[in-house]
Structures are given as C-alpha cells and as structure tokens.
Ligand binder design. Structure first.
Ligand SMILES: [Zn+2]
Length: 247
C-alpha cells in the first residue's frame, strides 16, 4: 500500500492533464463562433450586391421599352401640334413634349451609366464571393478541428475522470477536500520539492522541515509561503502509473 500522498499526487497529475484538455478546447468554440459571424457578414455583403445588380439588370431590360414608349408619345404629341386651334394649346403641347423628352433623356443617361455601374459591381461581387468562400473554408476547418478534438478528448476525459474517481476512493475525504480547496487559488495544488524549495513558489524549505517531510510520507506538509501541498520527490509520478496504482 502506497502512502496517501502518492495517490493524491496521481490525482494532481490527472488534474494537470484535465486542465490542459480544457485549455485546448477552450479557444476553439470561440474561434468557431467568430468564424460563423464572419461567414454571415460576408454572406450579407454578397446578397446585397447581388440584389443591386439584379435591380440594374431589371432596369436595363425595361429601359429600351420605356425609351421607345417615350419616343412614341413625343411623336404623337408633335403630330398633335399640327392640329391645334390656338397658341395656348400649342404651348401646352410644347411643354408636355419637353417633359417627355427630358424623361427620355434621363432614362437614356441612366442606361449609359448602368454599364459602368454593372462592371464595378460585378468586380466587387467577385471579390466578395472570394472572401465569402475563404470565410466558409475557415469555418469548415475550425468546425472539423473542434469535432476531432471533442471526440478524441471525450474518450480521454472519460478515462481520466474514471481514474480520478478510483484514486479518490483510496483517500480520506478531508485530504481530497483540502487539496480541492487549495486548487481554487493554485491550480497546481500539489508540487514536488526541488532543490530544497517549493516548486510552486520557489521559496526555500528549512533543512529540518525537509527531513520531516521525507520521514513522514503519510503526513501532509504544506508550503509555509504559498500553502501548496509538498510532494517529497523531485518530480510528480507519471500519468502511466495510474493504471497500476488502481489495479
Ligand atoms: Zn510554496
């Protein structure tokens, strides 16, 4: 039977690995979220540009008919001018012709402008579609990474949690509770003694205390400076030792 401190040290090793796993996965969901927002943003730009292009195309499809209609109307009004009975009627028709002609010229100008506008917008659309494709690619990669990590991690997490449970059954409840309490402010709540110092805070341990720590391995000694539990070895046990320890 190994001393309780050894099992606690194994729990500390498991916790260190669990913390690492949580850190690995920690960044990814946030990155996936940001990538998803980026895709939505690029998608909105593409949709907007496409709808403007559609509007211009629809205008161009209609414009020739509109221009022809305005021409016909102008023609009819000009013919009516030959049949007027007085100057007042003649002037009224002249004003109407001017209005129709101005409208036709406006549509013709807009039709000419729409060529350049379309060219510019299509270039913009192409850029936006490329950016959207890049954003979608990035999102897909991140989602894939998260998925892979999660499935690998789930397996490891479950194994570690199972080991941790088995080890904790070998410990007195107060001991584990004390360790958990220290862990709320020092994630590495149990540390090896290295070069006669606490390897958590690097403060020296007096020679007399060192002797005590090494002699009473069934007792718990805490660093007088930082409060971490001191493990009287140069290093913590290896994770690989767990299987044997709980066998
Ligand atoms: Zn310390």
């Amino acid at each position: 039977m190994k001393p309780a401190l050894y099992y606690l040290a194994l729990i500390a090793v498991i916790d260190r690995r669990l913390d690492e796993l949580h850190e690995d996965v920690g960044e990814l969901p946030e990155q996936v979220h940001r990538a998803r927002l980026a895709v939505e943003h690029h998608q909105a730009l593409v949709t907007e540009t496409r709808s403007i292009i559609e509007e211009i195309r629809a205008f161009r499809a209609r414009a020739h008919v509109t221009i022809q209609e305005l021409r016909d109307r102008e023609q009819r009004l000009s013919e009516q001018q030959f049949r007027v009975r007085n100057n007042r009627e003649f002037d009224a028709l002249t004003r109407e012709i001017q209005t129709v002609r101005a409208e036709r010229e406006r549509v013709e100008q807009e039709l000419r402008n729409s060529v350049t506008k379309l060219e510019n917008l299509e270039a913009i659309l192409q850029r936006q579609e490329e950016e959207l494709a890049r954003a979608q690619q990035e999102l897909a990669e991140l989602e894939h990474a998260l998925q892979l990590l999660s499935s690998d991690q789930n397996e490891e997490l479950m194994q570690l949690q199972q080991w941790r449970q088995r080890l904790s059954e070998k410990l007195r409840g107060e001991l584990l509770a004390e360790y958990e309490r220290i862990r709320t402010f020092h994630p590495d709540a149990l540390v090896p003694v290295r070069r006669e110092s606490c390897s958590g805070c690097y403060n020296r341990i007096t020679p007399q205390r060192l002797v005590e720590i090494r002699m009473h391995r069934d007792r718990i000694f805490r660093c007088e400076h930082c409060g971490r539990i001191l493990y009287p070895e140069e290093r913590l046990p290896e994770l690989e030792e767990v299987a044997e320890a709980i066998a």
